[in-house]
Design a protein around this ligand. Sequence first.
Ligand code: APR
Length: 259
Amino acid sequence: MDEMEHKDLNKAAELTAKAQKIVVFTGAGVSTESGIPDFRSPGGIWSRYDPELFTYQYFMSSSQARKKVWAMLRETFLQFHAEPNAAHKAIADLFAHGCLYGVITQNIDGLHQESGIPDDFIFELHGNMRRVKCMNCDQLYETERIKNKLFKEEIPKCDHCGGILKPGVVFFGEVLPINVLEEACYRARNCDLFIVVGSSLRVYPAANIPKYALEAGTPIIVINMTPTYLDAEADVVLRGKAGEIMSRIVKLALEKKLS
Ligand code: APR
């Protein structure tokens, strides 16, 4: 790490040490070190699958479409047995020290929950893969409990009414869960530090949320391997791996807090 990066890391640790109501906003880049590919990096999911497959209209359009979507989910999100990595654990450390006001995540992998942060501190803007829902009778199923059904049936159907089963994720063209979105925006407006980790900030309305913190005059830290639209307005931009950077910032910050 060069001199400049060292200075930025220290500035980020200072801001984190002072903050009591930190919001961390995460994207797929926070889970790549757990073995889950992100979407837009080279080799990411959208380099292997057509994003058009992931529109609500397409999924609902035909059984052929649903066959394709479920096949893609079997090869990706239903495959991963990922564990939280150093970045997730660093964010969980902030929670353990009482200075985390919330995690706003675009991720559907549930790794923030697995790192020990309770559900009521996590705002999943794009839903999650933990549950599957019948589009006809609203019956909810735990994905883990019906995994062999999801792998056996080309187009999984509801056991109760035979209706279409849809994964608990938000497809393109689908409305985000309004109560989650509203609370996420509220926390972005009312936090005292906003940290973006591992997101290209290219998908809306999620990518708008950091702007609420910006408009409130809240310090912003961006940790990402590649540039984002927010870099120019952020107080600190750290280019590099989320796991290493987040753990160094939180370690330094907690030492300052406790000193
Ligand atoms: N450390 C830091 N940054 C990383 C790492 C890492 N280990 N790995 C990847 N990144 C960065 C990439 O450079 C990229 O800018 O994380 C970002 C991930 O961006 P995307 O793949 O676009 O993922 P995300 O921002 O979460 O996408 C948002 O788009 O396709 C939809 O619904 C999907 O929730 C997703 C949304």
